[in-house]
Design a protein around this ligand. Structure first.
Ligand SMILES: Nc1nc2c(ncn2[C@@H]2O[C@H](COP(=O)(O)OP(=O)(O)OP(=O)(O)O)[C@@H](O)[C@H]2O)c(=O)[nH]1
Length: 408
């Protein structure tokens, strides 16, 4: 009888251990829960099973990290480096990760999404240019069309001047010639020589760190999720940091993006210290030897000095682990001049290295790319052309100009 009871007890303990091990392996999120009283102690749940020597992850599937408890007021570098045991890279049984397409050629595929700009800008200009004798009124119409598409005064003047000097040739030009001429002029004002390389690669044995900043609602969190897919599609391993702790839903959103492509998300509690989450995300990325850590930051700050303090702190704290290699500012293309004014606040707070213009599918003002680059002096590196998961494309001036003008 005693023997039977012991056997049942062993069976029950074995079952509990087995189930908790499976749950632990399925986790793709690391939570940092501030201590309820102090508000500064970061803890993360230990894995239920004793640590076992595991191979390092390959690709983008670092998950379920079992880190020891850390004590980090203001996310200061811990004295003894934490040990990280990484579970195998494969998804739990039954879970299949999506494999996004690589980023190359995305803009060409998506350029028809610029339809609203095409109809007002491309079609408008081609129609006027095709007239036999261009009068002063016609030139004014061309100018107005460019200004209405948010191309900006300086670039509009340049384009009109160049088109005027070629107007004699245009008198006998075919539709295809006119289109090519327009595409060339638009490409020229889009800054074809600007360096749009994304600083996402590893350097000096540490991951590339991308901070994503911008006002809430601009499409920041969505962009971080889409960027993770771009990187995974290009064969990179990625970890996400949900440092927008103002809204728990933002972290949930990010987690879901990450889960779909097998990318780990490090998150904190709602209202927690964003710098601490960013620090943990980068530390985890360093430990896991991933290629890139992408950190979503909060934009909902009431004062400029508050924003500067917070972004400055996030950057400083992250750089205890690895240099920030790219700071992307997300701007909503549909907000026009307001967006540019908001952007200035961010550029004063942190050294922005690239702009992501979202929602270009929802505006007739595709020329905003020109204005943003000229007014901020920062290249547009990525553009959002829809709400779909793979609707984020590296910006290419020629393909974009072709999209604005439309098919011949
Ligand atoms: N049409 C279109 N919608 C987009 C694009 N990018 C983002 N959105 C939408 O914009 C809305 C806001 O996006 P979020 O990513 O939540 O914005 P956020 O800046 O992170 O704001 P919070 O989530 O409040 O922090 C969502 O409905 C997105 O689907 C885009 O390129 N095109």
């Amino acid at each position: 009888m005693e023997f039977v009871l012991i056997a049942i007890a062993i069976l029950v303990v074995g079952l509990i251990l087995g189930v908790s091990l499976l749950v632990g392996r399925g986790r793709r999120t690391t939570r940092l829960d501030d201590d309820a009283l102090g508000g500064t102690t970061l803890t993360r749940p230990r894995p239920p099973a004793p640590p076992v020597e595991q191979p390092r992850p390959t690709g983008s599937t670092a998950s379920g990290l079992g880190l020891p408890q850390t004590d980090q007021p203001d996310a200061v570098v811990p004295e003894t480096p934490p040990s990280v045991e990484l579970p195998p890279a494969e998804p739990e049984p039954g879970l299949v990760f999506e494999t996004p397409l690589p980023s190359a050629g995305r803009l060409v595929r998506l350029r028809s999404r610029l339809a609203r700009s095409q109809s007002s800008l491309g079609r408008g200009l081609l129609t006027v240019l095709a007239r036999e004798q261009l009068t002063e009124d016609d030139w004014e119409e061309i100018e107005e069309t460019l200004l209405a598409a948010d191309v900006g005064v300086a670039s509009t003047t340049r384009i009109v001047e160049r088109l005027r000097t070629q107007s004699l040739v245009l008198a006998t030009a075919s539709g295809a010639d006119l289109r090519e001429l327009l595409v060339r002029e638009l490409t020229a004002v889009l800054g074809p020589d600007l360096d749009r390389t994304l600083g996402t690669g590893r350097s000096e044995g540490r991951p590339g760190v991308v901070l994503v900043v911008g006002v809430n609602g601009a499409g920041k969190t969505t962009t971080v999720g889409k960027l993770a897919r771009v990187l995974v599609g290009d064969g990179r391993s990625v970890i996400l940091g949900a440092a927008d702790t103002f809204r728990a839903a933002a972290a949930d959103q990010l987690e879901t993006w990450g889960e779909r492509v097998g990318v780990l998300t490090v998150r904190g509690r709602e209202g927690g210290d964003p710098a601490a989450v960013a620090f943990e995300a980068v530390r985890t990325g360093v430990e896991a030897e991933v290629d890139t850590v992408v950190v979503d930051t909060a934009g909902r700050l009431h004062t400029k000095s508050g924003l500067m303090d917070e972004l400055g702190k996030v950057k400083r704290v992250v750089e205890k682990q690895a240099p920030v290699t790219e700071v992307l500012l997300v701007l909503d293309a549909t907000t026009g001049q307001n967006g540019v004014v908001q952007a200035r606040v961010f550029t004063e707070a942190v050294h922005v290295t690239g702009v992501v213009l979202t929602k270009l599918d929802g505006t007739a003002k595709g020329g905003i790319v020109v204005r943003v680059q000229q007014e901020l002096g920062i290249p547009v590196k990525l553009i959002g052309l829809g709400e779909g998961p793979d609707d984020l494309a590296p910006f290419e001036p020629r393909a974009f100009a072709e999209g604005l003008v439309g098919e011949a």
